[in-house]
Design a protein around this ligand. Structure first.
Ligand SMILES: C[S@@+](CC[C@H](N)C(=O)[O-])C[C@H]1O[C@@H](n2cnc3c(N)ncnc32)[C@H](O)[C@@H]1O
Ligand SMILES: [Zn+2]
Length: 392
């Protein structure tokens, strides 16, 4: 039970007012976790739910098994169209969190749409399966890595039409500061070099793919984001062993040069012999296994753009920028880091936009990338890129 000494705090996020505990200076020390900086993460949830709702054309069952104060679910109820949601299950294993969730729910207009419980996430999902409740969306928003929760969530989701959302905040692990931990948790090699954020997202997706494959499921990433201190993936889960089989052999590794940014992608069954960069003879690094398929479904992204106009979200401007960049980005996995390429060929003053224009004029696909302000995605080889840059 909450003691009399606990302090409450009223907070507003988006159009939703709620209360949380005010029992610590640092958010990480509070006995119930609420991080206002994650507002963009929650905004994206609202936006994707509106998008899915309009495509599926049926009310959704949304499960928030690691709910904290419940703010994510309350914002869905307060800020999205009423007909979008059939039911929201809000749960946390922390009794203080559940107490706050209940207190917040008491002020809601739409109490009939929520079910609150205090459960461990694993127990909750087993219980939902026993009750034959198959969620349309399960949203995993843990401290650190979501890896632990993925397989149980995939089992519990509505088959063929289910959506999995997951946040990862263990970037120190996924971006290579603690490679042993990455290998232990994700069974993959990360990198600390220029490709680290895209590699981190692709390691995370590869993990979902492996868990899905065991259950005869395939995945369709709708949006994959690396923003500030978190990664966020949202994907549709499809029931198809054949697609899952194909998806598995299409994945693999990136071998790259940390000096000149030359890189090569190999599929999981292919062998890679040389570990010396063919351009500058530096030792190459390998990262993976990685998801090498698309990170986004651009049809969903376009609908998100439309829905963004209709909703009034606090991080609207930032989201708009991210969606525009995603729509512009070429689909090829990984990218060249232009400053390293220029250094390798002793060239100065060529801008990323000039290189992109030059590549496009020569018939290649080329674009900026969301992962690095100096990164460049293209289907051109390193030699083609160098030839084009040298013309400037
Ligand atoms: C990052 S916080 C959630 C924040 C919240 N989703 C939001 O948007 O503000 C993670 C929450 O997961 C809860 N948690 C951790 N492990 C859990 C488990 N195995 N089952 C249920 N809840 C768990 C913690 O008590 C904490 O409230
Ligand atoms: Zn090199």
């Amino acid at each position: 039970m909450m003691t009399n000494n606990d302090l409450w705090k009223e907070v507003e996020e988006g159009k939703t007012k709620f209360i949380t505990l005010n029992d610590a200076e640092r958010i990480y020390d509070s006995s119930v976790f609420y991080n206002p900086r994650m507002v963009i993460n929650r905004d994206f949830t609202l936006l994707m739910l509106e998008t899915i709702g309009s495509l599926e054309n049926r009310p959704l069952v949304y499960v928030d098994p690691l709910a904290g104060t419940g703010i994510r679910s309350f914002r869905i109820l307060e800020e999205l169209s009423p007909e979008l949601i059939e039911c929201i299950v809000i749960s946390d294993k922390n009794p203080k969190a559940v107490e706050i969730i209940e207190k917040n729910a008491a002020n809601l207009n739409r109490k009939d749409k929520i079910r609150i419980q205090r459960s461990d996430a694993f127990a909750l999902m087993s219980q939902l399966m026993q009750e034959q409740i198959y969620p349309d969306v399960i949203d995993i928003d843990p401290f650190g890595s979501p890896a632990n929760f993925i397989e149980t969530s995939l089992r519990a989701l509505r088959k063929n039409q289910g959506y999995l959302f997951a946040t990862a905040t263990d970037l120190q692990v996924l971006c290579g500061r603690y490679p042993e931990a990455c290998y232990r948790i994700y069974n993959a090699h990360p990198t600390r070099h220029h490709l680290c954020h895209e590699v981190a997202l692709r390691i995370l997706l590869y993990n979902v793919l492996v868990s899905a494959g065991r259950l005869g499921l395939a995945i369709q990433p709708l949006i994959s984001i690396n923003h500030e201190h978190f990664l966020r993936i949202k994907l549709k889960v499809l029931e198809s062993k054949d697609t899952a089989n194909i998806q598995h052999i299409e994945q693999g590794f990136v071998h790259f040069c940390p000096r000149c940014s030359y890189y090569l992608v190999t599929k999981i069954k292919e062998t890679f012999e040389s570990n010396q960069c063919p351009k500058c003879e530096t030792d190459m690094e390998t990262a993976g296994p990685l998801w090498l398929g698309p990170l986004y479904d651009k049809e969903y992204i376009s609908i998100m753009q439309e829905k963004l106009e209709e909703l009034e979200l606090p991080s609207q401007k930032q989201i708009e920028k991210i969606l525009n960049l995603i729509l512009e980005e070429e689909e090829s996995p990984l990218f060249y880091f232009l400053p390293y390429v220029l250094r390798q060929i002793n060239k100065k003053g060529v801008t990323r936009q000039q290189a992109i224009d030059g590549l496009r004029d020569a018939g290649f696909k080329a674009s900026r990338t969301i992962f690095d302000p100096e990164g460049l995605k293209t289907d051109a080889t390193y030699s083609d890129l160098v030839e084009i840059i040298n013309k400037f």
